[in-house]
Design a protein around this ligand. Structure first.
Ligand code: SF4
Length: 331
């Protein structure tokens, strides 16, 4: 099947189909052909490489992509993001085929809250006679969502927290930084699960302060998954969509120091090129790219369309997770 694609000589080799090398343009052309042949829609998260976002039918944050997945009219969805996102797309579209270019694209935050540990902790709270509702960040497995009362994204978390009746305590899982940010903005105390995102956790406050000295007029924007010491030095804290809105309403060109996954700068630059963007570096990695998202490449995108796998298959927990997701995100 691979040989049916046009192949050229060894110039600018970027990927192979069988024994042949193809360049970037040919690779994009192959994806185009396969997208049509397989009746597929490509969704890409803002944390994917720019070249993947470039050819996606729809780009967005977790909330936008979950909603977009319900409006897709093709029989196949290729989800360029991480596993829990593709799983969410499948839960909301049981009849569609959902492909993920690399099945190993996981998430450190989702991994920090295994379903059996959460069930155990919830049982302990019940035995103590505590009345609580579980509010779960969308960065979690379907099995964890199935144990929850609500699923939130950074875009709608505040709104949902305010809907939980006062007589209930809130158990917030799995991101402790987003949880503590929500405690600050809603004034609601919560029981926080001790999870975190490996990308947002490691922003260096020293480097942020150094950048602020270098660009004294700059505005700092940070994702609420960042620790409090980064958030407290920021002019705006919000999810990816909120960041785009904040930057979009700035009248004059600005220097912006950005504390979130590095690929988000591509989307900011594309939408609002009048500003200058400076990534806030991390302690362990200068670029702060999510290594899980980075597992998806153009080559793997083409190959999953070509082979029809890896595919997300229906699991038992998806029924209950679907009820919670629809109530939280779509109604
Ligand atoms: S950036 Fe963090 S929360 Fe997002 S997928 Fe990567 S590890 Fe998970």
């Amino acid at each position: 099947m691979a040989d049916s694609f046009p192949v050229r000589g060894p110039a600018a080799p970027v990927a192979s189909t069988g024994d042949h090398w193809v360049d970037h343009e040919q690779l994009c052309q192959q994806i185009e052909e396969l997208r049509r042949r397989e009746d597929a829609t490509i969704l890409a998260h803002y944390y994917q490489d720019g070249e993947i976002q470039e050819l996606a039918d729809f780009t967005g944050d977790s909330l936008q992509l979950a909603r977009a997945a319900t409006r897709v009219d093709t029989s196949t969805i290729v989800f360029c993001g991480v596993h829990f996102m593709a799983e969410t797309a499948k839960i909301l579209n049981p009849e569609k085929r959902v492909l993920l270019p690399d099945l190993r694209a996981g998430c450190s935050l989702a991994d920090s809250c295994p379903a059996d540990k959460l069930a155990q902790f919830q049982q302990q709270l019940r035995e103590q006679g505590r009345r609580f509702q579980t509010v779960t960040y969308i960065n979690s497995s379907a099995a964890v969502k199935a144990l929850s009362d609500w699923v939130v994204t950074s875009g709608n978390a505040e709104q949902i927290i305010r809907r939980v009746p006062e007589e209930y305590e809130i158990l917030f899982v799995p991101d402790r930084h987003l949880g503590s940010y929500l405690e600050e903005v809603t004034g609601r105390r919560m029981i926080l699960w001790p999870g975190s995102c490996m990308v947002h956790e490691v922003f260096s406050v020293q480097d942020l302060l150094r950048l602020k000295r270098r660009y004294p007029q700059a505005l700092t924007i940070a994702h609420p998954e960042c620790p409090a010491n980064i958030r407290e030095h920021s002019d705006y804290v919000g999810g990816t969509q909120g960041m785009l809105r904040f930057v979009g309403q700035l009248q004059e060109p600005h220097d912006l120091l950005v504390a979130t996954e590095a690929n988000m700068l591509w989307q900011l630059q594309r939408k609002y090129p009048q500003h200058r963007y400076h990534p806030v570096p991390g302690i362990t990695c200068a670029c702060n790219k999510c290594p899980h998202m980075a597992l998806n490449t153009l080559e793997k995108l083409r190959d999953c369309l070509l082979r029809g796998e890896p595919e997300i298959h229906w699991q038992e927990s998806f029924d209950r997770a679907g009820e919670v997701l629809r109530r939280s995100l779509l109604e």
